[in-house]
Design a protein around this ligand. Structure first.
Ligand code: HEC
Length: 109
């Protein structure tokens, strides 16, 4: 955590403490797409570690639901090659498996 973020976090905490109890608060949860869709597949946890550091999980939802396994494989490879996503090679098959079964054409299989 860098110091600037820590300073911001402290500010936010202080602000929250000042206003706590003053008024009824409503907490706006992010839309569902901001989180990866939960799954018992082993690739779910790996995708949480490797695929939402730079952008939200919403990016997965914008992909065609007809996208086959090869499409997701190419996507993960592209994230690695073009954007330097630190995805370990041995985790790629599990991640692709999770993606195609959660967002692609193997959904529900
Ligand atoms: C190092 C940062 C980084 C990581 C980690 C990362 N991505 Fe991305 N991803 C990007 C950027 C930057 C874009 C936007 C590319 C663009 O606008 O064309 C993107 C775009 C996408 C898109 C939108 C489609 C597209 O072609 O632009 C999808 C889907 C996606 N990423 C999936 C993944 C998956 C799956 C993983 C995990 C294996 C992952 N990303 C990890 C940086 C990252």
């Amino acid at each position: 955590m860098n110091t600037r973020f820590r300073f911001l976090a402290a500010l936010l905490l202080a602000a929250a403490a000042c206003t706590a109890g003053a008024a009824t608060k409503t907490i706006q949860l992010p839309p569902d797409g901001a989180q990866l869709t939960p799954s018992p597949l082993p690739g779910y946890a790996k995708a949480q570690v490797n695929c939402v550091a730079c952008h939200s999980a919403e990016y997965m939802l914008y992909q065609p639901p007809t996208a086959p396994r090869g499409y997701w494989e190419a996507m993960v490879k592209r994230m690695k090659a073009v954007f330097k996503a630190p995805v370990p090679d041995e985790d790629m098959p599990a991640i692709v498996d999770y993606l195609v079964k959660t967002y692609g054409n193997e959904k529900g299989r």
